[in-house]
Design a protein around this ligand. Structure first.
Ligand SMILES: *Cc1c(COP(=O)(O)O)cnc(C)c1O
Length: 234
């Protein structure tokens, strides 16, 4: 039963992404679906893998490492959660993209560890567009300066922006959040800063990814919509 459910869920999400792309005049292959697998067991991730998923998102370093060890090596791992500087060294050579960089100090640590491991780490800047106190991320005003500062660091490469929109009943309420992030990315692109691109816009989760795609998301992060509700251990 389980395997059918996960694979059908992914299919349904892909269909909605395709529909939104069509409406917006975009190509579905320009949107990457990241299966957010935090708290879920490897068996469930493997169902998604067998369907064809190669992009998985985790928000805790240890859990990402545990899954990295046992899962196939052609998976692209996305670090989507808040990252502590002392844990950077464990993941720099294992992740395809870190979505949650929100300070120069964190970027400097990533750069330092990337040099040691002789890799180049792709990152996104996390912007707290809605200015929610409970969330990480920098303000819209700070984004451009942070990108300019990070662009000077070796072995780290800014690929775009990420935001976590507020939890809302009606996804349409988040449309201005997504369009604002898109606007910030265009503004930064217009600065023509060396060594950075704004090709990735990581926005949209289970409740609002359709709206995010219609506003230009190139990465959507879907957990519950694929794997079902999460149960957190006390
Ligand atoms: C958990 C999480 C998601 C997925 O949330 P769902 O609502 O389950 O789709 C997306 N992005 C981030 C940063 C998360 O921590």
């Amino acid at each position: 039963m389980e395997e059918i459910t996960i694979q059908e869920n992914i299919k349904a999400v892909e269909n909605i992404i395709a529909t939104e792309c069509q409406k917006a005049g975009r190509k579905p292959e320009d949107v990457t679906l990241i299966a957010v697998s935090k708290t879920k067991p490897v068996e469930m991730l493997m169902e998604a893998y067998e369907y064809g998923c190669r992009d998985f998102g985790e928000n805790k370093v240890q859990e990402l490492l545990d899954k990295y060890e046992v899962m196939p090596k052609d998976i692209r791992w996305h670090m989507i959660g808040h990252l502590q500087r002392n844990k950077v060294k464990y993941i720099v050579d294992k992740v395809a993209l870190i979505h949650s960089v929100d300070s120069l100090r964190l970027a400097e640590e990533i750069s330092k560890e990337a040099i040691k491991k002789n890799v180049c780490v792709n990152i996104l800047i996390e912007v707290n567009v809605a200015n929610e106190e409970t969330k990480f991320g920098i303000t819209c005003e700070e984004a451009k300066h942070l990108v300019q500062d990070i662009a000077k660091l070796p072995n780290i490469c800014v690929k775009g922006l990420m935001t976590i929109a507020p939890f809302v009943e009606n996804a349409e309420k988040n449309r201005p959040i997504f369009s604002k992030l898109k606007k910030i990315s265009v503004d930064i692109m217009d600065e023509n800063i060396d060594n950075i691109t704004m090709e990735i816009l990581s926005m949209g989760m289970t409740g609002d990814y359709a709206v995010a795609v219609s506003e230009g998301a190139t990465c959507v992060r879907v957990g519950t919509g694929i794997f079902g509700v999460r149960q957190y251990m006390p």
